[in-house]
Design a protein around this ligand. Structure first.
Ligand SMILES: [Zn+2]
Ligand SMILES: [Zn+2]
Length: 268
């Protein structure tokens, strides 16, 4: 029986200890998902090619462990999908394509983690630049990632640049960049990719929630329908966090939470 306080029983973006910054094992995440009433989750680990990134995880060991956990949780009604979070795959297309070709990942997430050679979570992204220019460059790059790299299913945390920007006091008025933001969202919609509403920081800085809602409305107006609500949890305590807020934001944007149907999922 579902125990969440909303209609969302999926989460396609969760990190286990196979990621350098993941705190809990795949099995521990599975037990927590069951307790929260989830029906399907994806365990998505970081894969980075940027020189400042964390590199790759041991995908052979990962697939051995996910097979064991699938067998453990399937009889209890929980589906575990395999997955990977690719950092800027459009800029490292050769490496990213080779990695994806080697393993049958169910859920392939693309994340814009790097801008101007800096991690988007770092203040260095904004140093010496007008915040509006940074936001414009970020959303333009997001559109390039969605348009240029083909082997992906989800565009993750598309609003993440607002976290550092807001901390720096650089409030974001999406109307000031409506053209460039709409272009990026239209590319995601046109490619048939799912847009992620990432809940990890959703309660952190309420001031950017109106901007997020506006951008989700634009995504719908540009033909986008598939928005997946994901926690991006790096430990069990973060799973399901702020899903009630996400449901409210989606409702305000005129959207409903989508589910993924990974092609490889038909095989099991
Ligand atoms: Zn990320
Ligand atoms: Zn992540």
């Amino acid at each position: 029986m579902k125990m969440n306080s909303n209609d969302i029983s999926t989460d396609y973006h969760i990190h286990s200890t196979f990621s350098v910054d993941g705190q809990d094992t795949m099995e521990a995440l599975g037990w927590r998902a069951l307790a929260l009433g989830f029906s399907e989750i994806a365990i998505t680990e970081h894969a980075e090619w940027h020189p400042r990134g964390s590199g790759l995880f041991d995908a052979d060991d990962y697939f051995t462990e996910i097979a064991r956990c699938r067998a453990l949780f399937a009889p209890q009604g929980l589906t575990l999908y395999s997955g990977v979070e690719l950092g800027n795959p459009h800029e490292f297309a050769r490496g990213a394509s080779a990695f994806l070709a080697g393993y049958p990942f169910d859920v392939r997430i693309a994340s814009l983690h790097w801008l101007y050679g800096h991690n988007i979570h770092d203040a260095a992204c904004f140093a010496g630049r007008e915040p509006l220019d940074v936001y414009a460059d970020y959303f333009a790059a997001l559109g390039h990632m969605a348009g240029d790299f083909s082997d992906i299913d989800v565009v993750a945390h598309f609003d993440r640049i607002l976290w550092r920007g807001t901390l720096l006091g650089a409030g974001f008025q999406p109307q000031a960049l409506e053209g460039v933001v709409r272009d990026a969202l239209a590319t995601i919609a046109w490619r048939g990719l799912a847009l992620e509403l990432n809940t990890r920081l959703l309660n952190n800085v309420p001031t950017w929630r109106p901007a997020l809602t506006t951008m989700l409305r634009w995504f719908r107006e540009e033909g986008g329908r598939r928005v997946v609500v994901n926690s991006d949890a790096h430990r069990v305590g973060q799973m399901g966090a702020n899903f009630d807020l996400a449901a409210a934001v989606l409702h305000d944007a005129g959207l409903t939470p989508a589910t993924l149907q990974p092609a490889t999922a038909l095989a099991f």
